[in-house]
Design a protein. Structure first.
Length: 242
């Protein structure tokens, strides 16, 4: 068997093209994306291995002849394997190919599980009313299938009492009950303590009754009651400093 320049036989290139076209529905990191494919006059190679619309091999043709063949069929010449020697081109309806590929990509995205982590930020000595609002927000996130990152931020001498954060996270986990599992145990880092909670299958059954809760209208992770909590924290600091 005679090898062309580059060391890859025509038959080997043909087999590579066949496998590429056969598995075009499967994701392949090494495969050229549609936007990167060269067609017709944009193909740079002087000779190409031509594949017919039905997948059969036509053979090696000069690029001008290959484009002419595609034009006679009212189709496009698409370079599907530019790294092969010679490059492999298929005669096809490129517009239809792009549409079908976009449909396949869209269906593949629908089947993917998207993991979203939402964060709530608390302070160790949060009031009951504010805690209830954060609890409701946590239930909302869990009901949507999102994971929950709980961050407790310490101020002043609170940083010397990590049990305050542990107790608060434990209280939240207890109130969420069967709706969550503890995916990442509480860990202290500097002035913060974090834990990650994952929703259980039961979380999908959560019904949010307090739809008027003002903090449910915002998706940002900033502290919606920072001002009121700052005041509480200041009072804690003053009391402890006495």
């Amino acid at each position: 068997m005679t090898l062309p320049e580059g060391g890859v036989s025509v038959n080997a290139a043909s087999r590579a093209a066949f496998l590429l076209l056969k598995n075009e529905n499967r994701p392949d990191p090494g495969r050229a994306q549609i936007a990167d494919l060269r067609i017709n006059g944009n193909i740079r190679a002087k000779e190409v291995l031509v594949i017919a619309p039905d997948g059969s091999q036509i053979g090696t043709k000069k690029i001008e002849e290959a484009i002419w063949l595609a034009d006679q069929l009212g189709l496009d010449l698409v370079e599907v394997a530019p790294e092969a020697r010679p490059p492999v081109c298929k005669i096809m309806d490129f517009g239809k190919h792009k549409y079908e590929q976009s449909v396949r990509d869209r269906e593949a995205r629908k089947k993917q599980t998207r993991t979203v982590i939402k964060e709530i930020r608390l302070k160790p000595r949060i009031g009951d009313h504010d805690y209830t609002m954060f609890l409701n927000r946590s239930l909302k996130f869990l009901s949507e299938g999102d994971k929950l990152k709980v961050t407790v931020r310490f101020r002043g001498r609170e940083n010397e009492r990590p049990e305050l954060g542990l107790n608060l996270i434990g209280r939240l986990v207890g109130d969420l009950g069967d709706y969550v599992t503890l995916e990442q145990h509480p860990a202290k880092d500097g002035r913060s303590m974090t834990a990650v909670l994952a929703p259980t299958a039961l979380a999908k059954t959560i019904v949010i009754h307090h739809k008027s809760d003002p903090i449910e209208d915002s998706e940002d992770t900033s502290d919606p009651i920072a001002d009121s909590e700052d005041a509480v924290s200041d009072e804690i600091d003053d009391t402890e400093s006495e």
